[in-house]
Design a protein around this ligand. Structure first.
Ligand code: IMP
Ligand code: MG
Length: 177
């Protein structure tokens, strides 16, 4: 059956406005310090590019790729690092940039991993937060928007690698049989 895309939850304009607010907040919070933004591939790409345009600090970026999801809509609960950092983050202020915090399992694992690499501080900047689905105790400092328990697509978020290109946030309608 073909996927049915729901209504627009957040438009490009709303997301860009929120990225500006968060970028300015980061600039204020880290005044006089260096930061490294670590984007989690591939979902965080659009959001990260919006946020970093608004960060006025001495900063660098790096990326990691992890997988916790197969091609289904449910988490496997297993986190695997597919691409590690190219940067030494020892004594650095790290901001992990994610597309969505769902169960929290992925980020919980990543925070522990980056701590073990000697980061000075670690905060999370996520486009979306699905608080209702949290399975571990994990708080993101910078959150774009809250979402309900829907399968979200667009603005970097995929279903089976598709829909990342949608310039807004939407969701997939439940399949009916
Ligand atoms: P968590 O470990 O359950 O927090 O899941 C984190 C990852 O699962 C995110 O980085 C997304 O790649 C993916 N994910 C979780 N919820 C959704 C969703 O609603 N749509 C698309 N991807 C999702
Ligand atoms: Mg992801």
């Amino acid at each position: 059956m073909a996927d049915v895309i729901g209504s627009v939850l957040y438009s490009k304009e709303e997301i860009e406005k929120r990225a500006e607010e968060i970028g300015k907040q980061i600039t204020e919070d880290y005044k006089g310090e260096k930061v490294i933004l670590v984007g989690i591939l591939r979902g965080a790409v659009m959001w990260m590019s919006d946020v970093m345009k608004n960060v006025d600090l001495d900063m660098t970026i790096d990326f990691m790729a992890v997988s916790s999801y197969g091609s289904s809509k449910k988490s496997s609960g297993i986190v695997k690092i597919n691409k590690d950092l190219d940067t030494n983050i020892e004594d650095q202020n790290v901001i992990i940039v994610e597309d969505i915090v769902d169960s929290g399992i992925t980020l919980n694992y990543l925070v522990g991993y980056l701590e073990s690499r000697g980061a000075k501080s670690i905060k999370i900047c996520s486009l979306l937060n699905k608080q209702c689905n949290r399975k571990v105790d994990l708080n993101a400092t910078y959150i774009g928007f809250e979402v309900d328990d829907l399968f979200i697509i667009g603005y970097g978020l995929d279903f089976d690698q598709r829909y990342r290109n949608l310039p807004y946030i939407s969701y997939l309608e439940d399949e009916e049989d």
